[in-house]
Design a protein around this ligand. Structure first.
Ligand code: ADP
Ligand code: MG
Length: 350
């Protein structure tokens, strides 16, 4: 991180727009039958037969969504794809194609864009999606990346934010809070580096949480697991903004309430350790941290046996009648109203 490798710099002007697009995209293979035509014409051509098509877009802006002083471009390319695939998986769909649009200032050499596309390519390979197009333009202010992801899903499997019923179980994949704590570590090291540029930080104690921030993985495996277990969630969302705000989305869209149990929230030991070091409350970080790209969903109680004991899944609460509201049930059994920021500590109802 943060090092200047004195790499070769080829100016983008030297290639021209078409040369650049061709250079960056020539090694991408197409694997899906539904991709009839990818890059190279005025539009891509797709053909889905018996399934529904799902489409999602995200725009990432330098200085707002990422900081290139600690985010290597390869990781950025990978993460930009993950952010989009996560939204496809949150519909219980499988991802099939992406488009990638970039606006780039001429402070970036070709080698920088090669790095970005190396990350995008790794993601497309591992997650089996076809890069089918995009747009390339210049920017005066920094780097912008917009990715659109396309996927497919059968009628019976589509999972919306609405659909949760009273008494459904609330389930989360993986563990949370890591991406936020990884960011805290990276921000701290950036400040140290500003004071002493020769100081190369030892991030090894923080490798899990730093990786959660720099190289998140979208939970394709969970969609596949649910299919294998024959469980169709009653509602689902991905955790981009933090557990608390995502629970509120599910409750609002489904018109139900929820009891979330603090002692069930899955936290990695390194997240707990980092929270202690930074003097932060680990529950608050789990609730409001964000960027974990885990899946949060509800299931009918009849499906409990199918998912219980699975190491990838944790039951963290259950849905209640809308009139009961949306609460965190604390370790001391207090019921605290959830807010989008975490909880409202001034408004305990117990
Ligand atoms: P147009 O002038 O019709 O917008 P472009 O010259 O921008 O066409 O694009 C030519 C082809 O290259 C199209 O298939 C387009 O989807 C693709 N493309 C352009 N920019 C990118 C990019 N950054 N990444 C991937 N494909 C791209
Ligand atoms: Mg174009």
């Amino acid at each position: 991180m943060l090092e200047d490798k004195n790499q070769e710099r080829t100016s983008l002007e030297a290639l021209g727009e078409f040369g650049l697009i061709d250079h960056l995209t020539k090694n991408f293979a197409l694997v899906h039958q539904s991709t009839i035509k990818g890059i190279g014409d005025d539009a891509a051509v797709l053909s889905f037969t018996d399934k529904n098509t799902v489409v999602t877009t995200d725009l990432l802006v330098e200085g707002v969504h990422f900081d290139l002083s600690y985010m290597p471009l390869k990781h950025l390319g990978y993460k930009a794809v993950m952010v989009n695939l996560s939204d496809i998986y949150a519909m219980n769909a499988s991802a099939t194609q992406i488009t990638v649009s970039i606006a780039v200032s001429n402070r970036f050499p070709l080698e920088a864009l090669e790095e970005l596309y190396a990350g995008i390519q790794l993601a497309t390979k591992l997650y089996k999606v076809d890069l089918i197009g995009g747009d390339t333009t210049s920017s005066n202010t920094g780097l912008l990346i917009s990715i659109t992801a396309i996927g497919e899903v059968r009628d019976k499997q589509i999972t919306y934010r609405k659909g949760a019923q009273k008494n459904d179980l609330l389930v989360i994949s993986g563990d949370i809070g890591g991406a936020y704590m990884g960011l805290q570590v990276l921000e701290r090291e950036k400040e140290v580096f500003k004071v002493n540029p020769n100081n190369q930080p030892d991030l090894s104690p923080y490798s899990y949480i730093v990786e959660r921030q720099l190289k998140p993985e979208a939970r394709k495996d969970i969609v596949e697991l649910l299919e294998k277990l024959k469980v169709v969630p009653t509602s689902m969302i991905d955790i981009s903004d933090g557990l608390s705000s995502e629970i509120l989305h599910l409750c609002k869209n489904s018109e139900v309430g929820c009891d979330l149990h603090e002692n069930k929230i899955p936290l990695d030991p390194t997240v707990i350790a980092a929270c202690e070091e930074f003097n932060l409350d680990s529950t608050l970080i789990a609730l409001s941290g964000g960027e974990d790209y885990e899946l949060l969903f509800t299931i009918d109680q009849k499906d409990f046996d199918k998912i219980k004991g699975n190491p990838n899944l944790t039951i963290i609460g259950h849905m209640t009648d809308k009139r009961e509201g949306t609460h965190l049930v604390s370790r001391s059994n207090a019921k605290i109203p959830l807010t989008a920021q975490g909880w409202n500590s001034l408004n305990t109802s117990n």
